[in-house]
Design a binder for this molecule. Structure first.
Ligand code: GLC
Length: 521
């Protein structure tokens, strides 16, 4: 395991993490579903792109009621994706290429086919009964409380066999574990150690803010909307559980880390999940996913993160993932906007998370109703990646979902050879970030700008870069920046040239105040 030289920030503060959704990334065995052999075969691509780490969405044995977020065995690989040997081979090759690997880990719930739940469900007297959360209903035969499932409907299912209700904040096939039981905590810690022993660099912990629960299971404020009711769970008990997880990670050398999915829409609350540096290493902040192509929303978010988080914790940034429409789609299908947002994502202070295919400027696929697979309606963002121009686009067999729009033109192969492509923009951004201490480690200061422009400087010892994103359809003048050197622009402006003073419409620029180097004759 590699360790950073003393005094350097830990790797996960400097990394750009790339989310691989294994089902739709690359297919190694020709069955139309992505797999670990497919991912391994594309590691040279990820290395060429310049990412530091990959996060694999769940690869564990699963009935796939929620595409692997219903885990039937935490210590194995689903046959659809390969086996432990193919995982070890992938990990070894990723490390040899300088790419870290983090696994999705699903602590809040298991599959209803997990042996623990089968045992729990079998009888009220089962020794594993209270590994899950069972309760009587109300006298009127209603569920124990008013909690709602994230997929709609009550968060409770009545089980005829033992005439009690069990809790599931997601599908009925995803019963919630009872983290109040010491045996559950130990069993789940053991699943972390299983993968840490194999050499993984960390975990993305699924909806980890939900694991602590008030045993009284009080009703929620019924006046809240559906989304807020699901998102409201923010129980203080979770923090002690997170400290327990952190202690497990700290048993291992090599800066193993955990990034938590803290699905709360409040930066101040999210900040508490870092604890005093003894809980999560990183926490997602999904407000960025909701900011739209809107300068006011981004300014507020950057300010709030600066105030709430930066004094004691390291931020994260994300534009797209497997649970939401891709950002290009959210921005009305505009590639220009998506490219400007990419510059923002990769120049903010914090660890950026990319979702596979955003570097290709993909939009969501249109999935006809009859072909839809996901209970949450998220198939469009999970469509397969096009690797080559001709169908089936580098998949040995037609994949399980339709491709996103224009798969040939947006394929990896096509864009690799097309100057100015979105793929080459991402690669250039990753390279710039890698060689710039200001972008990786530096402070961020917002600079006054017209309302349609977000402007900030990044400063580290001896280096200062300025970033400006113009969200408007008109050019925007940038006071005092004339003559600085264009390091990179999302569109229209060539790097290495002096900046003429205006940012083109819906465009982002990275500027260096230094005088451009004289070209040799
Ligand atoms: C997280 C995952 C999502 C899943 C849910 C339940 O939000 O990202 O895909 O459906 O948790 O595990």
């Amino acid at each position: 395991m590699r360790t950073e030289p003393a005094g350097e920030p830990p790797w996960w503060r400097r990394a750009v993490v790339y989310q691989v959704y294994p089902t739709s990334f690359a297919d190694g065995d020709g069955d139309g579903w992505g797999d670990l052999a497919g991912i391994r075969s594309r590691l040279p691509y990820l290395q060429w792109l310049g990412v530091d780490a990959v996060w694999l969405s769940p690869i564990y044995p699963s009935p796939h009621a929620d595409f692997g977020y219903d885990v039937a065995d935490y210590c194995d690989v689903d046959a659809r994706f390969g086996d432990l040997a193919s995982f070890d081979a992938l990990l070894e090759e990723a490390h040899a290429r300088g790419i870290r690997v983090i696994l999705d880990w699903v602590p809040n719930h298991t599959s209803d086919r997990h042996p623990w739940f089968l045992e729990s469900r079998a009888a009220r007297a089962s020794t594993r009964r209270d590994w899950y959360i069972w309760r009587d209903g109300t006298r009127d035969g209603l569920p124990p409380n008013n909690w709602r499932s994230a997929f709609g409907g009550p968060a409770w299912t009545f089980d005829d066999r033992t005439a009690e209700w069990y809790l599931h904040l997601f599908l009925p096939e995803q019963p919630d574990l009872n983290w109040a039981r010491a045996e559950v905590r130990e069993a789940m810690h053991a699943t972390l150690r299983f993968w840490l022993d194999r050499g993984v660099d960390g975990f993305r912990a699924d909806v980890v803010h939900l694991i602590g629960k008030d045993p009284a299971l009080p009703d929620q404020d019924a006046s809240l909307g559906e989304v807020d009711r699901v998102a409201i769970h923010d129980d203080p008990r979770t923090h002690e559980l997170l400290r327990g997880l952190r202690r497990v990670l700290d048993e291992y050398p090599g800066e193993r880390m955990m990034v938590g999915e803290v699905n709360l829409r409040d930066t101040l609350r999210i900040a508490t999940y870092y604890g005093a540096g003894d809980e999560l290493h990183l926490a997602f902040n999904f407000l960025a996913l909701e900011a739209g192509f809107d300068p006011a929303a981004w300014r507020t978010l950057v300010e709030t993160v600066g105030e709430a988080l930066v004094p004691r914790a390291w931020p994260t940034w994300v534009l797209s993932n497997h649970d939401n429409p891709r950002h290009r789609t959210r921005f009305g299908g505009s590639e220009r906007r998506a490219r400007a947002a990419a510059v923002l994502l990769l120049t903010l202070r914090g660890t950026p998370f990319l979702f596979q295919g955003e570097e290709l400027g993909l939009e969501d696929a249109f999935v006809p109703p009859a072909a839809r697979l996901d209970p949450g309606g998220r198939d469009g963002a999970r469509a397969p990646l096009p690797w080559t121009p001709e169908p089936p686009h580098g998949w040995p067999a037609p994949p399980f979902l339709p491709f996103p729009p224009e798969p040939g033109g947006r394929s990896v192969e096509r864009q690799r050879g097309r100057p100015g492509s979105t793929l080459l923009l991402y690669r250039g951004l990753l390279a710039l970030r890698r060689r710039s201490a200001a972008l990786r480690d530096g402070d961020l200061q917002l600079v006054d700008a017209p309302p349609e422009v977000l402007r900030f400087v990044r400063v580290a010892a001896g280096e200062r870069l300025e970033v400006a994103v113009n969200f408007s359809p008109e050019p925007a003048a940038l006071a005092g920046a004339e003559g600085s050197t264009i390091m990179l622009a999302s569109d229209d402006l060539a790097p290495g040239q002096p900046f003429a003073g205006a940012v083109p419409p819906e465009c982002a620029v990275v500027l260096s105040p230094s005088v451009p180097a004289q070209k040799r004759p």
